[in-house]
Design a protein around this ligand. Structure first.
Ligand code: FAD
Length: 516
């Protein structure tokens, strides 16, 4: 039985993997995690996908156990500002798309939308977020009653198994460093051996498999399976095993970021329960509200903007609160390692792959990889089918998300700087170009989006197409033959539900005060 796992790296990827595997396999698995005391974690990565709740659920944690410890907040959507033109915004919310007579409500909206805001007409969440409200009532009940109080109705399924069955109404935002600390305690209490030391060399046997990792002060560490969570360095997978990296930069040119962690009085400021992506001259700025501070950063392409100008723009954007805050400049490696599982090494996290954090997919990639590895964990025979299944699933998820992100830039109406003009002429994946032609006459559905699981359902594509405004869309011709009254009634129901909720839901900040 293979059961000795060595994890190199103690960022979000390392500790999520250690804690999940302990929760999954308990004492039957032996885990050693070694992390450098001198090379820090990337220190960003604070907004997530709604599926992340399955991770905490799997660990047996309730929100009140971990959220206050990680200054966590709820995220109900990504809010895109200025991608169409200055002053414009729209939401890509965590809310199931309604259908009427076989057509998505957004299709009816294209034909008979009550207002010019698809997000407010088709979703409840847009108005809830605008009002800065919590998706839970004061007594803890959820606004969407398809879920029980803890949202446990899908326990035991992996993310790919429950996609399309539900859409949980929110994700989390948290301090990455506090989460890593929380998961360290969780893992160590359950028997994970924690070593703080530098891996200085990776020993390979005659077949080229990893036989040990050498550390500066703790000698050789050996195991059956080695998990590379060393971030962009890819110390095991790229450096030692020389697995090549496939860059996505030809289609996603943003390769740099500068980040600030800005302490703020969130009681006074209030919490807008979403992550905001505000378009800039050469990229975009993220804003992530937590309970004690705001995390913010400018993601940009170095070909268009210098790090100094990016930092200056970010500081101006944040205002005086950022004056004494030190900036963290990060060079991003965009793309994926060709195969994340090679021989007895599996890369998880930034070593496996990364795309710019426009839809908060980094931690989602990690969670997905962990679920897939737990499912395909090798036996004594190292049957290559497990490895191949795993590698395919990981490649699909990243290639699919890449397409989705490229769509943001192709569909954005903005074209006021060279950076934005170039987004309209740059090559895009052929498959995406073909899909866009289809979406112009019929909004995306599960048959016309990237065909493998990648965490994004068809309605997410509709939101981006409708919100970004740069691609002309037409309602299905069949709607001209259809009676619109049921759709109009649905719009009215959403309006009434929104009005009711906005009156009774607590402010997001107040909800967290009571949770803590
Ligand atoms: P790291 O955090 O870099 O950790 C690497 C670990 O490896 C460290 O512990 C280091 O000490 C260790 N290490 C390295 N070399 C050695 C060695 N030789 N010996 C021993 N240990 C070693 N994701 C999201 O989901 N949402 C977001 O909003 C988001 N925003 C992001 C913004 C930016 C600008 C970037 C760059 C990423 C963002 N991500 C986001 C991605 C997210 O930050 C990462 O997926 C996540 O933090 C995991 O990183 P990691 O653990 O793989 O690597």
């Amino acid at each position: 039985m293979l059961n000795r796992v060595v994890i190199v790296g103690g960022g979000t990827a390392g500790w999520m993997t250690a804690s999940y595997f302990k929760a999954a396999f308990g004492e039957r698995i032996d885990i050693t995690l070694v992390e450098s005391g001198s090379v820090g974690a990337v220190g960003v990565g604070e907004a997530t996908f709604s599926d992340i709740r399955h991770f905490f659920e799997f660990l047996g944690l309730k929100e009140k156990d971990w959220m206050p410890a990680c200054n966590a907040t709820y995220k109900l959507a990504v809010r895109f500002e200025n991608w169409r033109q200055p002053g414009h915004y729209f939401y890509h919310p965590f809310e199931q798309m309604r259908s009427v007579n076989g057509f998505p409500l957004t299709d009816w909206w294209l034909k008979n939308g009550p207002t010019d805001r698809f997000d407010k007409d088709c979703f409840v969440m847009a108005s809830v977020i605008d009002a800065g409200l919590s998706p839970r009532h004061r007594d803890g009940t959820l606004i969407d009653q398809a879920f029980d109080e803890d949202g446990n109705e899908m326990q035991g399924l992996t993310m790919s198994e429950h996609q399309g069955k539900t859409q949980f109404p929110y994700a989390y935002q948290f301090e990455a460093a506090l989460l890593a600390k929380y998961l360290t305690r969780y893992s160590v209490e359950r028997g994970v051996k924690h070593i703080v030391d530098d891996v200085t060399k990776v020993e390979l046997d005659e077949r080229g498999w990893i036989s040990a990792v050498k550390t500066a002060e703790h000698g050789d560490i050996t195991g059956d399976v080695y998990i590379d969570c060393t971030g962009f360095r890819g110390v095991l997978i790229n450096q030692a095993l020389e697995e090549p990296f496939i860059s996505y930069q030809d289609t996603l040119p943003n390769d740099s970021a500068v980040a600030l962690q800005v302490p703020m009085d969130m009681e006074r400021r209030g919490i807008r329960p979403c992550t905001t992506a505000t378009a800039q001259d050469a990229g975009w700025i993220w804003t992530i509200p937590l309970t004690g501070r705001v995390g913010t950063g400018y993601v940009y392409a170095k070909d268009y903007l210098s790090p100094e100008d990016a930092e200056r723009t970010l500081r101006e954007f944040v205002g005086p609160a950022a004056a004494d805050v030190e900036a963290n400049h990060i060079k991003m490696r965009i793309g994926r390692t060709r195969n994340s599982w090679v021989k007895n090494c599996v890369a998880i996290g930034l070593s496996s792959g990364f795309v710019e954090p426009l839809e908060s997919t980094g931690i989602f990639f990690i969670h997905h990889a962990i679920e897939q590895l737990a499912k395909n964990f090798p036996g004594e025979d190292w049957n290559p089918a497990h490895r191949d299944l795993y590698n395919n699933a990981i490649a699909h998820v990243m290639d699919g998300v890449r397409e989705f992100l490229v769509l943001h830039y192709v569909a954005a109406k903005r074209s006021d700087t060279q950076y934005w003009r170039d987004t309209k002429t740059r090559a895009i994946p052929d498959s995406l170009a073909e899909r866009i032609e289809k979406w112009k006459v019929q909004l995306p559905d599960s048959e016309s989006i990237f065909p493998y699981y990648h965490g994004l359902p068809a309605y997410s594509y509709m939101c981006i197409l409708l919100g970004m405004g740069g691609i002309d869309l037409a309602p299905s011709p069949a709607l001209a033959l259809s009676d619109p009254s049921a759709a109009l009634q649905e719009f009215e129901l959403i309006r009434e539900k929104t009005e009711r909720l906005v009156k009774v839901l607590p402010k997001a900040y107040d909800y967290f005060t009571q949770l803590g």
